[in-house]
Design a protein around this ligand. Structure first.
Ligand code: C5P
Length: 234
């Protein structure tokens, strides 16, 4: 895969207009866009079909979790919009429902193992019996067994998870910062090249591109850095 097929720009913006302006600015350089809560709930959902019609790929990051029937119907609706990747919280019942609803399509279903903002104390307070590392490993294994297309994880967890999930599943990592970039609120960060070398297949980059003075230049610099990473072809 070329770097352009691995870079996902996070459209973390509050209006469809701002998102369209960034897409226009980035032009042919960027293939993938991620739409999450912020833009989806601010009138951005029609952009999924619009981007798909323009030949772009859309990662719809709405992190579904509900009773199996509701997850299945939500996945069907998301697919009808034209999304190429979708996130589901990695609970076995939700992942099974999503996998059966997406059967026969080429969407990549991604399991969100444990949100990267949570630590062991947060899990304890939420009633879990195990810490973050153990729960991430358990859920990554379940995602593989259930037939999910991939998982979302911090780039610092990528190498260990790649060993656990095998060579074929997608491993999508946010928390990417170009060398010398601002970390912002991200804690477990890596450079684009390091994330790829650790086994990530796709990198989600938000602020380093969309909040840059010159987003096109920032995107091109990241694509160049990705090009230089020694990476197995997956
Ligand atoms: O601006 P930045 O590059 O930090 O954006 C990263 C994107 O990835 C945001 O849309 C954020 O919600 C998302 N994300 C994350 N950590 C996760 C899952 C998703 O940062 N564990």
């Amino acid at each position: 895969m070329e770097p352009r097929e691995r870079l996902i720009v996070g459209l973390d913006l509050s209006s469809r207009k701002e998102a369209e302006a960034i897409v226009e600015t980035l032009g042919e350089s960027v293939l993938w866009y991620k739409i999450g809560y912020q833009l989806a709930y601010a009138g951005g959902l029609p952009l999924v079909a619009e981007l798909a019609a323009a030949g772009k790929r859309v990662f719809l990051d709405l992190k579904l979790l509900d009773i199996p029937n509701t997850v299945a119907k939500g996945v069907e609706s998301a697919l009808s919009l034209g999304a190429s990747m979708l996130t589901i919280h990695a609970y076995p019942h939700a992942m099974r429902a999503a996998v059966s609803a997406a059967g026969g399509t080429d969407v990549t279903l991604l399991g969100v193992t444990v949100l990267t903002s949570l630590d062991d104390r947060d899990l304890d307070a939420a009633g879990y019996r195990m810490g973050v590392d153990e729960l991430v490993r358990q859920r990554a294994g379940q995602a593989r067994e259930i037939g999910m297309g991939g998982i979302v994880a911090a780039p610092t967890e990528a190498a260990a998870l790649r060993t656990l999930i095998g060579p074929d599943m997608a491993l999508v990592t946010p928390g990417i910062r170009p060398a010398g970039g601002e970390a912002g609120d991200q804690k477990r960060i890596a450079t684009p090249a390091d994330a790829l070398t650790s086994g990530a297949t796709h990198l989600v980059v938000g602020r380093p591109i969309v909040a840059a003075g010159d987003p096109l230049r920032a995107a091109k610099a990241i694509l160049e850095e990705m090009q230089s990473a020694p990476v197995a072809d997956r």
